[in-house]
Write a protein that binds this ligand. Structure first.
Ligand SMILES: [Zn+2]
Length: 145
């Protein structure tokens, strides 16, 4: 095998290099640790991803903007609905108050055969004493001479 440190040829299965004295197991362990640290550092540099490197940024921005727009529009729609309801409630209150305060109209007698016919203008009203009262207020006796 070849020594990873100095490149000298070492016998297969030897624990250390005869030329430079490096212990192969320790050397491999050190290289493995360095490789892991380098990968971790690389991962730290990439996280969080920068906008230029994020292929989904455009879609994310669109979603965020769309959601914000929907939220704003929803807010205005709800606000307008609440204002409309309040206007209608106020209008109802304005109309309902006088109606509630006004007296009920007198019931109208049903017109029909049983209803008393309206008296003509020239009619006289009979008095139990036997006298008639004309519409002009004149009192005429029913007693014939
Ligand atoms: Zn060596």
């Amino acid at each position: 095998m070849k020594c990873p440190s100095c490149g000298a040829t070492a016998p297969e299965g030897a624990p250390e290099c005869a030329a430079c004295g490096v212990i192969f197991a320790k050397f491999e362990e050190k290289r493995r640790r360095e490789r892991e640290e380098a990968q971790a550092a690389l991962a730290r540099l990439n996280l969080p991803p920068t906008p230029e490197l994020d292929p989904h940024l455009g879609r994310r921005v669109a979603i965020v903007v769309g959601a914000a727009w929907a939220a704003v529009m929803g807010f205005f729609i709800v606000k307008e609905l609440i204002r409309k309801n309040q206007r209608e409630a106020a209008a109802r209150a304005r109309f309902a108050a006088p109606v509630a305060a006004a007296p009920m109209p007198a019931p109208v007698a049903p017109a029909g055969p049983s209803a008393a016919p309206a008296l003509p203008a020239h009619a006289v009203i009979a008095d139990p004493s036997g006298q008639f009262t004309t519409p002009s207020g004149e009192t005429v006796s029913d007693h014939r001479p």
